[in-house]
Write a new protein. Structure first.
Length: 242
């Protein structure tokens, strides 16, 4: 494969990966608390790059998650909670603690406060939050949950490490590095009756989609040009030999 075609093919592959991430962002544009995925481009050159004439090739070195704050929208539902700051709600997942920004909670049959997937919210001192009856529920800015004037507990809100962060599904995170564990969030406030919107804006995603598609078209043309040049070169060599 000639250098021009090789570089174009590498570029096409990296843009395909970008399209997959962008498609996932678009699909979750209306998912509460969703954090969009981004790509970090780099250049790759194999060990034979200096001898076979190939140029360095563009690749997506690693994806990363944009943790920027989403817009808070009022819902009026007392079990809808939104976070302002860097913290995450801690919940009990199937295999251990998980963390989410989606504050659309509900009551299980036994009165436990759970996520839409049925994962119980964690209480700051351990355990879960259990509400009794249908009395009014209030949640203060520090995450203290009260019902009928009595303190039920305090939400376990954690800051996650900037590195070693892994997604579990569209709305859950965990720390993949055992040496970097989440810590209590002291810089995050809770707003009751609100939800945080996805930070994957539809308008921005549409603009990025157009840009990626244009890049894809240009790389396709470059790959076709490289193949045509190689074909002409082979034909010219055959004519000389004849």
């Amino acid at each position: 494969m000639d250098p021009l075609t090789a570089v174009a093919a590498s570029g096409l592959r990296s843009r395909m990966e970008s399209l997959e991430m962008l498609a996932n962002n678009v699909a979750n544009a209306s998912t509460g608390g969703y954090k969009s995925d981004r790509e970090f481009y780099s250049l790759y050159a194999d060990s034979e790059a200096q001898t076979d004439g190939y140029a360095t090739m563009p690749v997506i070195e690693r994806p990363w998650t944009d943790l920027s704050q989403g817009v808070l929208t009022a819902t009026g539902n007392p079990l809808d909670l939104a976070l302002s700051g860097k913290g995450f709600f801690a919940v009990n997942g199937p295999s251990g603690p998980l963390y989410t920004r989606n504050g659309s909670f509900q009551l299980a049959k036994d009165g436990t406060l759970v996520t839409a997937d049925g994962y119980p919210l964690r209480e700051a001192r351990g355990g879960t939050l259990l509400l009794q009856g249908s009395g009014p529920v209030s949640v203060s800015s520090d995450g203290t949950v009260m019902q009928d004037g009595n303190i039920v507990g305090q939400l376990d809100i954690r800051n996650l490490p900037a590195t070693g962060l892994a997604k579990r599904g569209s709305n859950y995170f965990l720390s993949s590095d055992p040496n970097l564990q989440p810590v209590a969030a002291g810089d995050t406030s809770v707003s009751q009756g609100r939800l945080e919107a996805s930070n994957a804006g539809s308008a921005e995603s549409a603009v990025r989609l157009i840009g990626i598609m244009r890049q894809f078209e240009m790389l396709q043309k470059a790959a076709s040009l490289g193949m045509e040049m190689s074909q002409h070169a082979i034909q010219d060599v055959a004519k000389v030999g004849a």
